[in-house]
Design a protein around this ligand. Structure first.
Ligand code: SDX
Length: 360
């Protein structure tokens, strides 16, 4: 029997799985995580609380309070840092993080691995950064909250409440987002019944790309290249005329503004010492939106999550080379949930291709 084949480049608008984890409504501009709108969670829950919300039904009974579980896991991961230290200068932070994952002993229970791998990524990110700067990695504090310890392991000083709140807000905002390229990658690997660590390592590989998780660094480059808002129109015009894309804008699913852009922008309000930088970013955003409307009148290209990610993370002292690695830390908890969901319910993911090569 002839099977009806659908040819959808990039699998645009093709549903390949059912999930109870998150829903991205591109028409309404809504993101729902297990029945809660993103602005009901980000800015209101810590990273651990949001992960508990996302993982409900997937967690082990012992994991309901994730703060100590993540803390113990950070300390365990830290034991791997010393032996990997010599390679930190050669590898990018995100590749060193993957090396760190591969050095961990994995548990037979994938839910235990989920906790340990997310915690480990935070340790490997901060240790890699410090080693690259010739500084010694800082031992995690298992008692501390996830965001507080991440900032402490990075900077070596007690973070203030604004920074901790901004870190939580960011990690929660990017926690999960339907079947984006890196989550789909994790599910493809999980569908072969491979292990959690291989799924997360593959997902990190997908996230690195500039069309996906690699966008926020170039957003900051753009803002700094433009400098003064009055130069924005000309700079942007040149970029678009050269056929380049503006990083931080457009989305495969959202046909309106990405709701996460304003959730992150809201988090900037408490960083009052940076008002002029935030106003400059907003002016550049407006210039970009105007230009995109002029250049692509038939396509809604609005601000996506990455524009204000760049402004927020820069504001709390993260170097742009850490933006994608940080995205991996937060999203790894989303990837892990999808892996467990795929392993328990999914089929082997194996689409077709249309052969247009030479015939025999
Ligand atoms: C993330 O999927 C997710 O959920 C991802 C994510 C998540 O949480 O996991 O939300 C995170 O990846 C956000 C997106 C970060 N990437 C960027 O900011 C990079 C810049 N944006 C794009 O390159 C683009 O918008 C994509 C890749 C995000 C989506 O592109 P699509 O859906 O594949 O659309 P397309 O490439 O077919 O573009 C359609 C048209 C094209 O024009 P034509 O060639 O038809 O004339 O719109 C243009 C594109 O050139 N276009 C842009 C543009 N994005 C699309 N033009 C200028 N600047 C842009 N940013």
């Amino acid at each position: 029997t002839q099977i009806a084949a659908i040819h959808a480049p990039g699998l645009e608008n093709i549903i390949v799985a059912e999930t109870t984890l998150s829903h991205v409504d591109g028409q309404k501009g809504e993101l729902i995580l297990r029945g809660k709108a993103i602005d009901d969670i980000a800015g209101k829950q810590s990273f651990e609380e949001a992960v508990c919300h996302l993982w409900q039904g997937l967690l082990l009974p012992s994991q309901t309070n994730l703060t100590p579980a993540f803390g113990t896991a950070r300390l365990k991961a830290f034991q791997a840092v010393e032996q990997l230290a010599p390679l930190a200068k050669e590898l990018s932070v995100i590749d060193w993080m993957r090396l760190g994952l591969d050095s961990l002993t994995i548990d037979e229970d994938e839910r235990t691995n989920a906790v340990e791998l997310t915690a480990a990524l935070a340790v490997f990110l901060t240790s890699a950064r410090r080693l690259k700067q010739g500084q010694t990695p800082i031992t995690p504090d298992p008692e501390a909250g996830f965001s507080k310890d991440l900032l402490f392991m990075l900077h070596g000083s007690e973070p203030d409440k604004e920074a901790i709140d901004a870190m939580d807000r960011y990690l929660v905002t990017i926690l999960d987002h339907g079947l984006n390229a890196s989550t789909f990658t994790a599910r493809v690997v999980a569908s072969t019944l491979s292990d959690m660590r291989s799924c997360l390592s593959a997902a990190i590989g997908a996230l690195k790309g500039p069309l996906h998780g690699g966008a926020p660094g170039p957003v900051l480059d753009m803002i700094e290249d433009i400098g003064e808002p009055k130069k924005a129109d000309r700079w942007i015009e040149q970029e678009l005329n050269a056929g380049n894309r503006l990083m931080g804008f457009g989305h495969r699913v959202y046909r309106v503004r990405d709701p996460r852009a304003d959730v992150l922008k809201e988090g900037l309000k408490s960083l009052t010492h940076l008002t002029d930088r935030i106003e400059k970013a907003q002016a550049i955003e407006q210039a970009a939106l105007k230009a995109l409307k002029r250049h692509k009148p038939d396509r809604v290209l609005d601000t996506n999550v990455e524009f204000y990610t760049a402004v927020l993370l820069d504001a709390i002292g993260f170097d742009r080379t850490l933006f994608t690695p940080l995205f991996a830390v937060g999203r790894s908890a989303g990837w892990a949930a999808h892996v467990i969901e795929q392993q328990s319910a999914g089929k082997l993911i194996r689409p077709q291709s249309r052969y247009i090569g030479p015939s025999i």
